[in-house]
Every structure is written in structure tokens, then in C-alpha cells.
Design a protein around this ligand. Structure first.
Ligand SMILES: [Cu+2]
Length: 156
């Protein structure tokens, strides 16, 4: 996901949004999280492909709404991560299996959405054979730009 920051910064600059803090990676290499609910997760850790920011503009004073689309390739998953602010993902095609600390795995097929609460370890795998197209939506404070922090591997 870090790879998406540069185009987002360029886009926000183009949209003349209020000053937004520079993204900071807060992953702690000495305290990595490698399991959810005590289990290692299926799927190869890999970033989203073909990420485009569909919308990124002020929503209410001090906040902006960020909507992006990306493709989760079959057989891959996002690294275990946390969100500083809750958001949701809608699945346009394919299917996603969500792993969230404290909850059983949940299948989100095309045409459904799921909520990602803040401060909860989670990951999402595409365990199917079809690539999954996703739309992520987050409302974020302008001074806290990081919407996802990978805690499984600080280099992903
Ligand atoms: Cu998430």
C-alpha cells in the first residue's frame, strides 16, 4: 500500500486540499504481528494492483474522504495491518476473505461490502481463482494521512 502514497500526494496537491501530513510508516520491526486469532493466514502477501484514487476531497471541516479502487490478485493477500480510522471495502468482482482479530473469517463476495474498524489487526485474502476488484473508502483527518499501517512486514 505504501506504493500508493506518491500518486495520492500528487493528486491531493492537484486538488489543492489543505496541507496533509507526510505519510509515516509506523510499523515496528521489533514487534511484528504474523497471526490473526492465533493462525497464520493463507495467501501470498502482495500489494494491490492497478490502484487508482477515484475521489479525494474535503468532506467536513478537518477531514477528507478518500475512495480508491484496486485489484487483489487471486492467491494474494494484504499484510496484517491496522487502520487508524475505520473504513469500508466494497467488492466489485471476485471474492475476498476477511480475517479480523476477534472475529471468525468472513467471505465477502462481489456485490458486498465490509467494515474495517480502527485499531484492529486484520488482513484480506483473495482465496479464489478470479482477481477481485475492490473499492476502499476512508474518511480521514487532514493531519493524519496514514490510513493503513502494515504490522506484519515493515517492507510491504
Ligand atoms: Cu484493512
Amino acid at each position: 500500500m505504501k506504493k500508493t502514497f506518491a500518486p495520492i500526494l500528487a493528486l491531493t496537491a492537484a486538488l489543492s486540499l489543505p496541507a496533509i501530513a507526510t505519510a509515516q510508516n509506523t510499523c515496528d520491526p521489533n514487534n511484528l504481528v504474523t497471526k490473526i486469532n492465533g493462525y497464520a493466514l493463507p495467501g501470498k502477501v502482495e500489494g494491490l494492483h492497478d490502484v487508482t484514487v477515484m475521489y479525494n476531497a474535503a468532506s467536513r471541516p478537518g477531514y477528507h474522504l478518500r475512495v480508491s479502487q484496486g485489484t487483489r490478485k487471486a492467491g494474494t493477500r494484504v499484510g496484517i495491518h491496522v487502520h487508524n480510522f475505520g473504513g469500508h471495502t466494497c467488492v466489485l468482482s471476485g471474492a475476498i476473505t476477511i480475517f479480523m482479530e476477534g472475529s471468525p473469517p468472513q467471505l465477502a463476495p462481489a456485490g458486498t461490502c465490509y467494515y474495517m474498524p480502527k485499531d484492529t489487526h486484520m488482513a484480506a485474502s483473495n482465496l479464489g481463482t478470479e482477481d477481485a476488484v475492490l473499492i476502499d473508502t476512508f474518511e480521514l483527518p487532514n493531519d493524519d494521512f496514514e490510513f493503513i499501517t502494515i504490522v506484519e512486514d515493515c517492507n510491504k
